[in-house]
Design a protein around this ligand. Structure first.
Ligand SMILES: Nc1ncnc2c1ncn2[C@@H]1O[C@H](COP(=O)(O)OP(=O)(O)OP(=O)(O)O)[C@@H](O)[C@H]1O
Ligand SMILES: [Mg+2]
Length: 287
């Protein structure tokens, strides 16, 4: 139950699992990203193994959401290469069940929670469904959406629309939509900010169960160090160099979290847990 003491500068890309020459998992190879000539990310080399849960921490505006957007294929790198299971992310996303939980709740105001949660299933069955999301759900899709709502701890809101839901409820409905298609990859962007401590504890348990069940490769952006240590196998700090912030952020530090699972808030006082949090915090505050 020891925390790996080797917190360090991340190594270059080292895809750990290959099959037929294809690098499995998510690989960043010397990735640079600029917007309108302004460097955001630079020299990013990271290999995320299938089933690995990697947390990304770092200051506001450093490029965490952009990093998830690269993996989702929503944007392209300005230099270098991002691959998911050896493929371009946009191609891979067409084939795989990936769940993206956006930083801003993105509920569609005209849809009841159950219809919103089932949307990925509907779109899978009928790709044109996005144009007409009032298509009827099958019984199986309704059951899957109900199960996802229950797992996300909001079984009672299925007939409600976004305007009738609190911020925390909207987050949980969005989580239900993220997990309904049983994703093999999850991209979670500061998903739990609006939840109270008790709900967070429940959701952490739910999320760990889903990750264990699906062996879903998970990228979690968070500002919460405790959450990062509790949920992740590895925490990566994105930071701009102090002496030249204009050059864009690099993966400045990483900490492996080799603690047994499932982890709960009750473990947060255990010395190895405290040591892991301290190490990540120190790196953050050294910025
Ligand atoms: N599509 C875009 N066009 C132009 N600039 C962008 C775009 N997306 C992000 N940026 C800029 O890139 C930088 C990184 O943004 P990003 O959203 O990735 O930060 P973040 O680390 O997620 O921040 P936060 O913690 O506040 O969510 C910011 O300066 C932002 O203004
Ligand atoms: Mg962000």
């Amino acid at each position: 139950m020891a925390v790996d003491a080797s917190a360090s500068q991340p190594a270059g890309p080292a895809p750990r699992s290959t099959s037929g020459g294809v690098s499995k998992g998510v690989v960043f190879q010397d990735v640079g990203l600029s917007f309108q000539g302004q460097p955001i990310l630079r020299s990013l080399n990271l290999a995320i193994a299938p089933g690995e849960v990697v947390g990304f921490v770092g200051g506001s505006g450093v490029g965490k959401t952009s990093l998830l957007n690269l993996v989702a294929g929503l944007i392209d790198p300005s230099s270098g290469k991002v691959t998911v299971d050896g493929q371009a992310p946009a191609d891979r996303m067409r084939e795989t069940a990936a769940g993206f939980l956006f930083q801003q709740p993105t509920l569609l105001p005209w849809l009841k929670a159950i219809d919103y949660v089932a949307l990925p299933l509907l779109v899978k069955r009928r790709p044109a469904a996005l144009l007409n999301p009032f298509n009827r759900l099958t019984e199986r899709e309704v059951s899957a959406a109900r199960l996802a709502l229950a797992k996300a701890q909001v079984p009672h809101v299925e007939h409600m629309r976004a305007a009738q839901l609190s911020g925390g409820m909207q987050t949980r409905v969005a989580l239900a939509r993220t997990i309904v298609a049983e994703p093999d990859m999850m991209l979670l962007d500061e998903p739990f900010n609006s939840l109270d401590e008790r709900l967070r504890a429940d959701i952490y348990a739910v999320l760990q169960a889903i990750i264990a069940e699906r062996r879903a490769t998970t990228l979690l952006v968070t500002h919460n160090v405790l959450e990062a240590v509790l949920l992740c196998d590895r925490v990566v700090l994105l930071a701009r160099p102090k002496d030249n912030p204009e050059r864009g952020a690099i993966a400045a530090f990483e900490q492996r979290i080799d603690l047994p699972r499932p982890r709960t808030l009750e473990h947060a006082d255990d010395p190895p847990f405290v040591a892991a949090m301290k190490s990540v915090r120190e790196a953050l505050f050294a910025l």
